[in-house]
Design a protein around this ligand. Structure first.
Ligand SMILES: Cc1cc2nc3c(=O)[nH]c(=O)nc-3n(C[C@H](O)[C@H](O)[C@H](O)COP(=O)(O)O)c2cc1C
Length: 152
């Protein structure tokens, strides 16, 4: 069986809801990322980081990605780009990531820019990617089947 790790960050809870649902349905291991030096980030600071494509120190990256066949990232969309902790994880661990997929949680849209941001950091596009609208996530109206291996 393919070994998969979910890696997520969430500022306001929607990406966390998706990540936890995926974990419940599959039993995949999971890491919750946080900023190493602060409990929360303000909206304006997050916008600036998305524009600058900032990377920061992170915590929560407990599992070794080298031991997995693929990583599924779950990230909020910030300014049509990745959230800073997810970009930072990719930047630190990319050499040890064999394949990855990307779930982008957005207010309206932003998958294209987020995939572009990920590809720039990782040096390759995600095998599977999809955007989920946060209002739909709040209602539980989403389907994660394309992120599950056939045998899961
Ligand atoms: C700094 C910041 C920038 C954002 N930029 C976008 C954007 O470019 N496009 C969009 O559709 N939503 C944008 N949003 C909305 C979030 O993507 C959306 O609220 C998402 O559900 C947040 O996920 P979370 O609840 O896991 O933090 C932005 C939110 C923040 C905080």
């Amino acid at each position: 069986m393919e070994k998969t790790l979910i890696v997520y960050y969430s500022k306001s809870g929607k990406s966390e809801m998706l990540a936890k649902t995926l974990r419940e349905k599959t039993g995949y291991d999971m890491d919750k990322l946080e900023y190493a030096d602060k409990d929360r980030i303000s909206f304006p600071a997050a916008v600036i980081e998305s524009l600058r494509k900032t990377t920061v120190g992170i915590k929560g990256d407990a599992h070794n990605p080298a031991e997995y066949d693929r990583i599924i990232f779950v990230s909020p969309v910030w300014g049509s780009a990745l959230s800073t902790p997810i970009r930072s994880y990719m930047s630190v661990h990319r050499e040890n990531i064999k394949a990855y997929s990307l779930i982008a949680v957005c207010g309206k849209t932003g998958l294209e820019g987020t995939v572009k941001d990920a590809a720039a950091v990782m040096g390759k596009e995600p095998s599977v990617s999809e955007q989920y609208i946060s209002a739909q996530v709040g209602k539980g109206a989403y389907n994660l089947e394309k992120f599950m291996a056939p045998e899961d």
